[in-house]
Design a protein around this ligand. Structure first.
Ligand code: PXG
Length: 442
């Protein structure tokens, strides 16, 4: 390994790291230098098995040649061209490719650069739709406690994670929240969808009683990831769908982590058997090789906004990089790879083994819940008294040092390996976590 392929920056000051304890990190940095397949390699060339697909992103595994070559090729053909009033073929090709896999009718694709932008775009489209169909009193947006929809002002407003909001004062007005779906007393150690909690969707009736016909849309993650893996209770999303229809409210699924095979189907909506009106995606869309997000919109919404508008621009929204050629090339190659290697089906086939491995940790000290669905698993630990997150952070460090990358949020371990994961990786991931949990028993 030479100096060029193993960067060793000697000054860590300038990069203000996102969602990171900057002081702690810079005191003891953990640097990744390269990645391949199921693994990262540190700058001293130590292998670390990736139990997280980067950050729920690299569903096809790292460094896939087909994606790399598509990006290289496109960079040589055309680096950039705007999509405002001009077009380039690869962006249209990418949109058509995405639309092949979205639920029926959701075949209009708006490109963004991230999941956060996709969430804000989806909310704006929902508002524009209600206005276009003569329901301009519908200005209210409903999120859910413990929801995560990125870090834009729209996303944090409908989001339901306190620390993401409290530094930033006022947010969007006209926002309300459904209760979260975590019922540990009834559902602890559920395998797959928990049995109890469909009734929690009925809270939407209460919000309608409160807000009348002013609600434009409800946005939820089909499976809440960031907050520490909350699997939707059986029947919950069906009930939410019914209530949205009853009250003329749009249902938005944020599929930023549930998209692209994570739950054993191309999109999570297929697995849970509920189709939204609008769907957001990012991360796995390009296998994270180039940043890209997207919003899939039902044709009826597109038509209401676009066909009914006077001549000229129909939606005053877009990003310089919407449909960026390199991202679009990556998306086409990535989706082709998911299809060719049948990665959603592979995830489904591995789910049972992954689930058994997760639940084998049940009797370890301080494990208070284990929940799983598709290739996602949450292991909730009893935090140390007066020291929230301490136990999980130490377990994270122990696993990393032992060659396994996990993700923790609060005192919850979240796992979401690339969909190419093999049984021996699963054994290694859970074995390493078990050792770390035992070592932090005190
Ligand atoms: N929606 C959902 C459901 C997400 O999970 C976003 C939107 C925002 O995407 P961008 O691309 O703007 O970051 C996300 C992002 C974690 C973790 O630890 C999860 C995310 C981001 C960072 C950490 O689980 N998800």
């Amino acid at each position: 390994m030479n100096e060029i392929s193993t960067p060793r920056p000697n000054n860590l000051d300038a990069f203000w790291m996102p969602y990171t304890a900057n002081r702690a990190f810079k005191g003891a940095p953990r640097m990744l230098a390269r990645a391949e397949g199921m693994s990262y390699f540190t700058n001293d060339n130590r292998e670390v098995i990736d139990g997280t697909a980067g950050l729920w992103c690299c569903n096809a595994g790292h460094g896939r040649r087909e994606i790399v070559e598509a990006i290289q090729h496109q960079a040589g053909v055309m680096d950039f061209a705007p999509t405002f009033q001009l077009g380039h073929p690869i962006a249209f090709q990418a949109a058509a490719k995405v639309a092949e896999h979205t639920p029926e009718g959701l075949d209009r694709i708006f490109f963004t650069n991230s999941g956060s932008e996709a969430a804000d775009t989806a909310l704006k489209i929902a508002l524009a739709y209600q206005r276009a169909r003569g329901q301009s009193q519908r200005v209210r947006l409903i999120g859910r406690e413990r929801g995560y929809h990125g870090v834009g002002f729209g996303g944090i407003s409908v989001g339901g994670i306190g620390p993401n909001r409290k530094q930033f004062g006022a947010q969007l007005p006209y926002v309300d929240h459904l209760p979260h779906t975590h019922l540990p007393q009834q559902n602890a150690f559920s395998r797959g969808q928990p049995e109890h909690g469909a009734h929690l969707a009925d809270a939407l009736d209460n919000l309608v009683a409160l807000h009348g016909d002013t609600i434009a849309a409800v946005i939820v993650e089909p499976l809440a990831g960031s907050t520490g893996v909350l699997v939707p209770p059986a029947g919950y999303l069906q009930r939410l769908r019914e209530l949205c229809d009853k009250h003329g409210i749009l249902l938005i699924f944020d599929e930023v982590i549930t998209g692209f095979g994570r739950l054993g189907t191309f999109f999570g909506s297929e697995r849970v058997g509920v189709a939204p009106d609008i769907m957001t995606m990012a991360k796995g869309l390009t296998n994270a090789a180039v940043p890209m997000g997207a919003v899939a919109v039902h044709d009826k919404i597109f038509r209401a906004i676009v066909d009914e508008a006077p001549a000229g621009i129909e939606l005053f929204h877009g990003y310089t990089y919407s449909g960026h050629p390199l991202a679009a090339a990556a998306a086409v190659a990535t989706i082709d790879l998911y299809v060719r290697d049948e990665l959603p089906a592979r995830a489904k086939a591995m789910e049972g083994y992954f689930e058994d491995g997760a639940h084998s940790l049940k009797d370890l000290p301080n494990v208070i819940d284990i929940r799983n669905y598709g290739l996602v698993c949450g292991i909730e630990l009893q935090g140390r008294a007066g020291k929230p997150t301490d136990r999980a952070v130490r377990i994270f460090h122990r696993c990393f040092d032992a060659g396994v990358l996990i993700r923790t949020t609060g005192d919850i371990i979240a796992l979401s390996p690339p969909l190419i994961v093999e049984k021996h990786h699963i054994d290694r991931i859970y074995g390493t976590i078990a050792d770390a949990i035992r070592a932090e028993a005190a």
